[in-house]
Design a binder for this molecule. Structure first.
Ligand code: PGA
Ligand code: ZN
Length: 422
């Protein structure tokens, strides 16, 4: 059979931070070979599936992934060889069962996801379909609006920003290609503004600038509005702002400590007041992880207060896990989910989490990780899922641009059939 798995191999490669990660190759009996690489987060949720690291301080400070690679080459390959690559649910279910733990800690979510993605890609090739069409069917023609992370803080940069991500969303653009132009022009305008004010224009992990702004988080929003205008666009109409404070990363001793920006400590209610004031002042349409991952009550309070005006996205609190997404829906903790394949560790479970979002009328945003590779799997995945939003970094750094360039290819390939917008 053409789609039967013949062999599976893996390799320790490097991600965009120079840390090791897993790349998997899958060969089918029909002669097709496909590969995929796994990304890695820095501000990870505590309930994410486990990334298996060797822990050997003599190699990469303990971050080697030789054991995960070995798990692919031995146990996983043995269990999957001979199975049909076009049966994704069976492939993923077999690996989940083989691992046997709740969080994929035995074989490693990095090992399992690498195989899951490479199998999907191989099956798509065998079917003669682009990956987005294979995973999304004939109706997959919807290009997502990008959230472009133009100012980096938190765990992604040594800037003065407590908040991790200040993003622009070209909501008024007529196509993906135009959205990228709007975004790139605004990014360049922001660079000129920062330079003119004497701020550094070096970039953080996701390609956004990482300056020591004197006015902290608030000045970040002001500068972005200025950049949108300088580039010739209307804030809120052509381009809106999205935030990912990644609040778990500055939640200490039951308080939100905005120490870098000098805004002091805040309670959960204090944070919500801050966001309420900001959405009146700035064209903010989406806030992700505005509160910490265990602050379920705070999330519900924030959604009750402003969920009718803006998108409230759960990332660390939901970790792409159908179990937590279901809880979030039941408790009205958010109205959208961030979707990261490696938080849960298989393509099938990620799709399950998205199904829950759709059923509940929630939005969802397909997302990269701060440590990425040149693999653009998630760009195809975003089109396949048709959710209308993608978060894949700023307008520089090739591991981010690889995803945008893949979306451009898809839009061109779809031609007149392509649709764009959230
Ligand atoms: P991470 O950051 O990949 O470092 O977790 C991305 C995010 O928080 O959305
Ligand atoms: Zn996040």
């Amino acid at each position: 059979m053409k789609t039967r798995i013949q062999s599976i191999n893996a390799l320790e490669v490097l991600d965009s931070r120079g840390f090791p990660t897993v790349r998997v190759n899958v060969a089918l009996e029909g002669g097709i070979i496909a590969s995929s690489s796994v990304p890695s987060g820095a501000s990870t949720g505590e309930n994410e599936a486990t990334e298996l690291r060797d822990g050997d301080p003599a190699r990469y400070g303990g971050k080697g992934v030789r054991q995960a690679v070995k798990n692919v080459q031995t146990e996983i390959a043995k269990a999957l060889c001979g199975l049909d690559a076009s049966e994704q649910a069976n492939i993923d279910g077999t690996m989940i069962e083989l691992d046997g733990t709740e969080n994929k800690s035995r074989l490693g979510a990095n090992a399992i996801l690498g195989v899951s993605q490479a199998v999907a890609r191989a099956a798509a090739q065998a079917a003669g379909l682009p990956l987005y069409a294979y995973l999304g069917g004939a109706g997959a023609k919807h290009l997502p609006v990008p959230m472009m992370n133009v100012l980096n803080g938190g765990k992604h940069a040594d800037s003065s920003l407590d908040f991790q991500e200040f993003m622009i969303m070209p909501v008024g653009a007529p196509s993906l290609a135009e959205a990228l132009r709007y975004g790139a022009e605004t990014f360049q305008a922001l660079k000129k503004i920062l330079h003119g004010k004497g701020y550094a224009t070096s970039v953080g992990d996701e390609g956004g600038f990482a300056p020591q702004l004197k006015g902290g988080n608030e000045e970040a929003c002001e500068l972005i509005v200025g950049a949108i205008e300088k580039a010739g666009y209307k804030p809120g109409e052509d381009i809106a702002i999205a935030l990912d404070p990644a609040a778990s990363s500055f939640f200490e001793n039951d308080q939100y400590s905005l120490t870098r920006s000098g805004q002091g400590n805040k309670t959960s209610a204090g944070m919500i007041d801050l966001f309420a004031a900001w959405i009146d002042r700035f064209p903010i349409i989406s806030i992700e992880d505005g509160l910490a991952e265990n602050d379920w009550d705070g999330f519900a309070a924030m959604t009750a207060r402003m969920g009718n005006r803006i998108q409230i996205v759960g990332d660390d609190i939901l970790v792409t896990n159908p179990k937590f997404v279901a809880r979030g829906i039941a408790e009205k903790a958010c109205n959208a989910a961030l979707i990261k394949l490696n938080q849960i560790g298989t393509v099938s479970e990620t799709i399950d989490a998205i199904h829950l979002c759709r059923k509940a009328g929630w939005g969802f945003v397909i997302s990269h990780r701060s440590g990425e590779t040149e693999d653009a799997f998630m760009a195809d995945f975003a089109v396949a899922m048709g959710g209308g939003q993608i978060k894949t970094g700023s307008m520089c750094r090739s591991e981010r641009i690889a995803k945008y360039n893949r979306l451009l290819e898809i839009e061109a390939e779809l031609g007149k059939a392509a649709r764009f917008g959230a």
